[in-house]
Design a protein around this ligand. Structure first.
Ligand code: FUC
Length: 804
């Protein structure tokens, strides 16, 4: 790992300090069959019913079939393909003047053709995240029917399992993925001695060879059809009985209990300078030897303690849970009879998924499916789409008190500045400073535009990604961390300083400019996807320049540069309100001409969420225009689109409308085909359905709930510390009527605060605010504002009138 990617020690120390503050109370973890358990009365018949476990890097889908069972395996680094340093179109920048001219002359259709011909990428975009393989079991069960079957996932402990009886024997299986020991563990037990017998096979659909390594291990090695090689090891630790093996399988007979261990390693490292190589395959063996030397109970205790350090920080109580009904039945009932406690379960499931797919030291962040994907060609290559999806994965990381889970994403972003500098020069000219990123990236540092329109030619990726770099600081207040990421932010800002163009009105805009994956029709009937000054671009650049200037001020560096950045920011064409009172999406008032008014992307409201240019209290006129835009877009969409709308309505302080979107998102579906509009929902295993499965909706929902209960995006200037970023902390800004009584513990706010809330009859009872970093803030609730100034570690408790 190069120095560039190392997590600064102080950052870890600050996070640890902050975490301790939130980890003192642990009673949030209920019993195994309590309100925080997903449970089912049947085994998973298909992947979308299986239950995910993961330690951030290594994951498995648990099917729980009594006889022929399967753990489908993933490692977050298993990617086909390899680096593509030549993916940028050579000399694309030479086409830029002609494209800009066509746009300025209103020849948008020509501009689109020119972009499709000379401003996209012509390199193949084939690299894909892939399965690691399968651990398949064929169990010898006593004759007789399977009875009393139950399959479950305990979110409080991150342990999945099944119990059932066959032939009078009670079988128990438990599965978890341990981060501290780097191992996937399955425990097989029964209430009769000698009852455990099975054959086990380790395999992969392609490019793998498995051999038996006596006395008890299967070793699978291979490649992913490109640069990457992997090794996976499965070992059985049997109590009693016999173990034999041959070829790609081993057999256990007459054991009293067995612990199955699985480890994996790959050659991947997130280091563009080393061509993304450097991972050590021998780690699979050393981890295995270390894990096999521990007892099952010791492995489990270490795993549970480690997981609870994260999970227990936030508790959410939205009312009594009816945990006596299986999870799929509760899901099926939700849309017609929303049950707040089920929304709370879905919220905690999202936090579980983030902890399980993104740990601080992971080499890559959570992708389109987190870490869980079957086969070698999952939808959209299971990559890191940067025009909404990967960012949505991390919206909840800070507010839901899982700050460390953000770190793999923050390292990915820093790793894009190098390849993105090449892309900037290829498309905007050899003298172009800084870096840029288009609509997607992957494990190999892809930053180029895509091949097709309308998704391919879009340059908002770098600005949006840099928001995450700043947000991590805004929540943690770690200036050493901010100093380490500032050059990446500065590079993204420098690119736009050099590439904003003056519009006909003298204001600064981007050109060419698209609005992710959407198209427009002008008043004269011209259809295109390319204009100048589309709203999302402007809002992303506004956000980037604001944050970069703020970072320079906080760090006390680059005064001249900061002034230039602020001056450019202030010259960006403001958000325009169109003839229906809506926020305009494009560089013209064309929204009402659209043939697809309910398009899933709502990119032009970036300034409302995740940005902070539009706010309910600070810019009421723009907030009203945003509301109109959402009404025009409607209440349906893909899974992630519904989740984004929950966040939008929360930012508009309309909790009831946010709840309506939640009910649409929590619509049971089995649809796995790709549907681009109106079919969003949730699968039986509570994975979000685009459809197909995309995990962004799960994470976006968590963020939506956080936004309903606590907001802190709106800034003010503190005369006592004018260079520092200061935030209003809005308590219960969008509490829906349906959540009349409840409490939340451990939510995080910008400025470095941790907040516990309780409410009754829809009114705040108490807000306990702890300051991690000793920053001032202004707390707002129900029309009142209370300035607070606290020392690090200090707490205050306020009542419903914001009195102490
Ligand atoms: C964006 C969205 C699609 C899908 C894809 C992975 O391109 O427009 O709906 O989520 O990412």
């Amino acid at each position: 790992m190069s120095r560039h990617y190392r997590i600064p020690f102080l950052l870890l120390a600050v996070i640890a300090l902050g975490s301790r503050a939130g980890a003192v109370e642990t009673e949030g973890s209920g019993p195994a069959d309590g309100p925080l358990t997903l449970w089912y009365t049947k085994p998973a018949a298909k992947w979308m019913e299986a239950l995910p476990v993961g330690n951030g890097r290594l994951g498995a889908m648990v099917f729980g079939q009594p006889q022929k069972d399967r753990l489908q395996l993933n490692d977050v680094t298993v990617w086909s393909g390899g680096p593509q340093p030549d993916a940028d179109r050579k000399d694309a920048y030479k086409n830029l003047p002609e494209i800009r001219r066509a746009i300025r002359e209103g020849k948008y259709d020509l501009a689109e053709r020119l972009c499709a011909k000379g401003f996209n990428s012509d390199a193949p975009y084939n690299a894909s995240y892939q399965t690691l393989g399968d651990l398949a079991f064929d169990f010898a069960l006593p004759a007789g029917e399977v009875r009393d079957y139950r399959r479950q996932l305990d979110l409080a402990r991150a342990v999945a399992g099944v119990t059932f009886s066959a032939g009078g024997v009670r079988f128990t299986r438990e599965v978890f993925a341990s981060a501290p020991d780097g191992v996937l563990v399955e425990r097989l037990a029964a209430d009769r001695k000698g009852a455990i017998g099975f054959s086990m096979k380790l395999s992969r659909v392609e490019r793998a060879k498995t051999r038996f390594e006596a006395p008890d291990t299967l070793v699978m090695a291979g490649d992913a059809g490109g640069a990457l090689r992997y090794e996976a090891r499965a070992r059985v630790v049997a109590e009693g009985g016999t173990v034999t093996g041959d070829g790609d399988r081993l057999t256990v007979k007459d054991a009293d209990a067995v612990t199955v261990l699985l480890t994996a390693a790959t050659t991947y490292a997130l280091d563009p300078d080393k061509k993304y190589e450097g991972g050590d395959l021998s780690v699979a063996r050393t981890r295995m030897d270390a894990a096999a030397a521990k007892s099952y109970d010791a492995l489990k205790a270490a795993h549970v303690a480690d997981y609870r350090r994260y999970f227990d920080r936030v508790r959410l109580d939205l009312g009594p849970a009816d945990a006596s009904r299986p999870t799929d039945e509760r899901l099926k009932a939700y849309h017609d009879r929303p049950d707040p406690s089920f929304a709370a379960l879905f919220y905690q499931f999202g936090r579980y998924l983030l902890i399980s797919s993104s740990r601080p030291d992971d080499p890559l962040p959570a992708n389109l499916q987190g870490i869980w994907a079957d086969g070698v060609k999952p939808p959209w290559n299971c990559d890191y789409h940067t025009n909404i999806n990967v960012q949505m994965n991390y919206w909840a990381a800070e507010p839901a008190n899982l700050s460390e889970t953000h770190l793999p994403m923050l390292r990915l972003i820093q790793g894009l500045a190098g390849p993105g500098a090449r892309t900037a020069k290829a498309y905007f000219g050899p003298d172009t400073p800084g870096w840029v990123l288009s609509y997607t990236t992957n494990a190999w540092g892809w930053t180029s535009p895509g091949k097709g329109m309308p998704w391919g030619v879009w340059f908002g990726g770098s600005g949006w990604m840099c928001q995450h770099l700043f947000e991590h600081y805004a929540f943690t207040r770690d200036k050493d961390y901010l100093r380490s990421v500032y050059p990446t932010m500065k590079g993204a800002a420098a690119f736009w300083l050099a590439n904003l163009v003056e519009g006909a009105d003298g204001k600064l805009i981007t050109s060419p400019s698209t609005s992710p994956e959407n198209s427009f029709i002008t008043d004269s009937g011209m259809k295109s996807t390319v204009c100048e000054g589309a709203t999302m671009d402007k809002s992303i650049v506004w956000d980037l320049l604001t944050n970069t200037a703020q970072a320079a001020a906080v760090l006390g560096v680059d005064e001249d540069f900061r002034k230039k950045v602020e001056a450019a920011r202030d010259r960006i064409r403001p958000i325009q309100v169109g003839k229906a009172g809506q926020v305009e999406e494009w560089g013209g008032d064309w929204d009402l001409n659209s043939k697809d008014p309910h398009h899933r992307h709502v990119s032009h409201l970036f300034g409302l969420h995740p940005g902070h240019e539009i706010s309910a209290l600070g810019t009421p006129d723009l907030a009203a225009a945003a509301r109109k835009t959402l009404e025009l877009r409607g209440d349906d969409g893909t899974g992630w689109s519904l989740a984004w709308k929950v966040n939008f309505w929360a930012r508009l302080h309309d909790g009831d409308h946010a709840c309506r979107l939640m009910a649409n998102q929590l619509r049971f579906t089995e649809q796995e085909k790709t549907i681009m509009a109106g079919a969003g929902g949730t699968y039986a295993n509570l994975f979000d359905a685009h459809p197909p499965f995309q995990i962004d909706g799960n994470f976006g929902f968590v963020s939506g709930v956080d936004e309903m209960l606590l907001q802190s995006q709106e800034r003010y200037v503190d005369p006592a510390a004018p260079g520092e970023d200061r935030y209003y902390v809005d308590v219960l800004p969008a509490l829906p009527h349906a959540w009349a009584d409840g409490s939340a513990k451990g939510l995080r706010a910008r400025g470095g605060f941790e907040v516990d809330l309780s409410w009754r009859g829809g009114r705040l009872q108490a807000a306990a605010i702890r300051s991690v970093a000793g920053t001032a803030c202004q707390v707002r609730y129900a029309g009142k504002t209370l300035p607070l100034s606290m020392k690090p570690g200090e707490s205050v408790t306020l009542d419903g009138t914001l009195s102490r």
